[in-house]
Design a protein around this ligand. Structure first.
Ligand SMILES: NC(=O)c1ccc[n+]([C@@H]2O[C@H](COP(=O)([O-])OP(=O)(O)OC[C@H]3O[C@@H](n4cnc5c(N)ncnc54)[C@H](O)[C@@H]3O)[C@@H](O)[C@H]2O)c1
Length: 255
């Protein structure tokens, strides 16, 4: 059995992951961490200050983190020094926070970090990469939509799309929304929608005179992210220390 602790256990993703761990025959839910103590699926949730005590007493194989960037950065450091493998789905990291996490992970534990654990989105990213290679002279717009409680914007998934575009069509200025009189330059327009309970929509448009190509992905249920995170949880066990992506888990090669 793979022993799992979930950080952000009271959150939307933490709850979904907790339920799916409980339903898995090869995974054992041994603890949860959130800002306030409580329980989920019959397991104790401890307050975040007690995370290290929890890791020392329950000795989990994997810590899954879906919290907020600042908390996740600290949780990663604590898990790494306790030799607990990591699956991190939290988004909104600054470059400094990412560097801090990488430093803590390297040489210590294996960690899968991904802004999106859905298998479909990882394939979608590949399609974006392949399309961008062929459409370098097209205007590009990126649109994403999420539920009203999402805190970071644009989404981690949209930021990954922007990184792929930078790699394939060269760095272009990023313009976040438009208002007033302006000429379109050689920019990428990024548009963020927040409302209701939208789970996660991403669209990229490549436009040129007389035509537009659109690629889009829509998640209908957070189980899609949770099941990818559990796939990463099973995969990360026994891997060499270092930072991995979902492309490693799925064996998708960056072409
Ligand atoms: N990678 C993916 O596939 C994917 C998918 C969905 C969401 N996300 C990301 O996961 C994160 C969580 O999303 P959500 O919708 O579940 O948010 P949420 O707000 O519902 O849940 C976050 C939880 O983290 C808790 N938390 C905050 N600080 C903490 C700390 N120091 N220690 C422990 N817990 C703490 C909060 O109390 C909350 O319960 C966000 O960054 C979101 O963008 C990633």
């Amino acid at each position: 059995m793979i022993k799992v602790v979930v950080c952000g256990a009271s959150g939307r993703m933490g709850q979904t992951i907790g339920r799916m761990v409980k339903e898995s025959s090869d995974l054992e839910l041994v603890g949860g961490v959130d800002l306030k103590p409580g329980t989920f699926y019959g397991i104790d949730i401890v307050a975040s200050q007690k995370i290290e005590t929890l890791l020392k007493s329950k000795k989990p194989d994997v810590l899954i983190d879906f919290t907020i960037a600042q908390a996740a950065t600290e949780n990663v450091k604590i898990a790494a020094r306790n030799k607990v493998a990591l699956v991190v789905g939290t988004t909104g990291f600054t470059p400094e926070q990412r560097a801090d996490m990488t430093k803590a992970i390297e040489g210590n534990v294996p960690a899968v970090i991904s802004s999106n654990f859905s298998v479909g989105v990882n394939i979608f990213w590949q399609l974006v990469r392949e399309s961008a290679k062929l459409l370098k002279d097209y205007d590009v717009e990126v649109i994403e939509a999420h539920h009203r409680n999402k805190k970071d914007a644009p989404s981690g998934t949209a930021k990954t799309i922007l990184t792929i575009l930078d790699e394939e069509i060269g760095a272009r200025k990023k313009l976040y929304g438009r208002e007033g009189m302006m000429e379109r330059g050689n920019e990428i327009g990024i548009h963020v929608i927040r409302g209701g309970d939208i789970v996660g929509d991403h669209k990229i448009m490549f436009s040129k005179n007389f035509e537009t190509i659109e690629l889009s992905h829509r998640a209908y249920d957070r189980s899609v992210f949770a099941s990818g995170a559990l796939r990463a949880t099973r995969w990360v066990i026994g891997k060499k220390p270092g930072v991995y992506g979902m492309n490693d888990v799925l064996n998708l090669v960056k072409k």
